[in-house]
Design a protein around this ligand. Structure first.
Ligand SMILES: *Cc1c(COP(=O)(O)O)cnc(C)c1O
Length: 371
């Protein structure tokens, strides 16, 4: 599956977002400014004041992200910093917080450790059941689709409509697809959160995150959270992410195309079970994603017969980084049960990178031959 053409303008605008602001002699690429303090003889004349409030290099990446998301964006030093900011900005006393039971596990650890002690009721719902879950009394409905690592999905528009009817705010973690492939704000989400550590940074050399949203009051709370808690990104990290995002759409196209080819071949391999790739027509996530996303992503889930078999596969596959995380230029694989995810011992999450697909497939075949 390739990316549809209707977004070409957005991806082109993203590459030229600075153009209209440039003066004679300005650098075409964003300057890396790490200054903490700014010339400030008066405080009533605007401009930059102090680095915890704003910084020129964050503003560049935020302007770029705003083109991608089609909405104002606020940057953070990691995906979790963005997620915790969104949750603290939106949480209401006496209201339930609905979280996916099968999403990124650190979100559950964070909520248990830092929301529950203040009396917030946490309720966990599997991603596939979000569309029918009871949202009565909820203040926040938080979803992640497709979920990491299981690649289950829910219908964002349907969940958002039911959550809104119950008076809840909807936060969508869009990390696994990015705004290149999925636009939750268009489908009714109040806030999008994303780990730019993954595909947007794209080279496994930076942690970063952002919150996107169109509700001014809610976004002001997210901005105040950053300023007052001090969870601010570094200038160099912002600069790296800006550089990464310039090739995001290009990398995503290659990665999704290769993932489709590899998933189709894995489907016919006798040693592979429990295959999940939403781009396969028989995958349980296929129909919903074909409707609400513009591609099926670069993550593949598969089960080999044991933990040992899965580890042997990773060892023997020459083009699979044995690391956690995903979305980088290089393919990476990980046996998720080693972190305690609720998956079989032999379950592997593969993140398909930008290697030429036939070389990558040859390496995967070598890996499977060694199992
Ligand atoms: C990685 C990830 C995060 C957290 O991002 P960090 O940059 O590691 O804090 C959040 N959600 C999802 C779905 C992720 O994959």
């Amino acid at each position: 599956m390739t990316i549809r053409n209707d977004d070409d303008r957005r991806f082109a605008d993203l590459l030229h977002h600075r153009a209209a602001r440039l003066e004679q002699g300005d650098p075409v690429t964003p300057p890396l400014v790490s200054a903490a303090t700014y010339h400030l003889p008066r405080v009533d004349q605007g401009g930059f004041m102090y680095g915890r409030m704003s910084m020129p290099t964050w503003e560049e990446v935020e302007a770029q992200l705003a083109v991608l998301e089609g909405a104002p964006c606020i940057s953070f030093p990691s995906g979790m910093a963005a997620i915790s900011a969104a949750l603290f900005a939106a949480v209401l006393p006496g209201k339930r917080v609905i979280l996916p039971s099968d999403g990124y596990y650190t979100v559950r650890l964070f909520a248990e450790g830092f929301l529950k002690p203040f009396g917030v009721t946490l309720d966990y719902v599997p991603t596939v059941e979000m569309a029918v879950a009871d949202f009565a009394g909820a203040g926040i409905v938080y979803i992640e689709t497709p979920s990491n690592p299981g690649l289950d999905v829910c219908d964002i528009a349907a969940v958002a409509a039911r959550a809104k009817a119950a008076g809840a705010r909807v936060i969508v973690d869009n990390t696994t697809l990015t705004a290149v492939l999925q636009r939750p704000l268009e489908l009714g989400a109040d806030l999008v959160v994303a780990a730019d550590t993954k595909a947007p940074g794209g080279h496994s050399d930076v942690l970063f995150g952002h919150v996107a949203g169109r509700d001014d009051a809610l976004m002001q709370r997210v901005r105040d959270w950053r300023k007052l808690s001090g969870a601010v990104p570094g200038a160099f990290e912002a600069w790296l992410v800006h550089r990464g995002i310039e090739t995001l759409e290009l990398r995503m196209a290659r990665m999704c195309q290769s993932a489709q080819v590899i998933a189709e071949r894995l489907a016919n391999h006798p040693k592979v079970g429990g295959l999940r790739y939403p781009g396969l027509p028989g995958d349980p996530s296929h129909a919903v994603m074909a409707r609400q996303a513009q591609g099926f992503g670069f993550l593949i889930g598969m089960v080999l017969e044991s933990a040992e078999a899965a580890e042997r596969f990773l060892e023997a596959c020459p083009y699979m980084a044995r690391s956690t995380s995903f979305g980088s230029t290089h393919s990476a694989g990980e046996r998720r049960a080693r972190w305690g995810d609720a998956v079989p011992e032999g379950f592997l999450r593969l993140s398909i990178g930008v290697e030429p697909v036939e070389a990558l497939w040859a390496g995967i075949k070598d890996g499977l031959a060694a199992v």
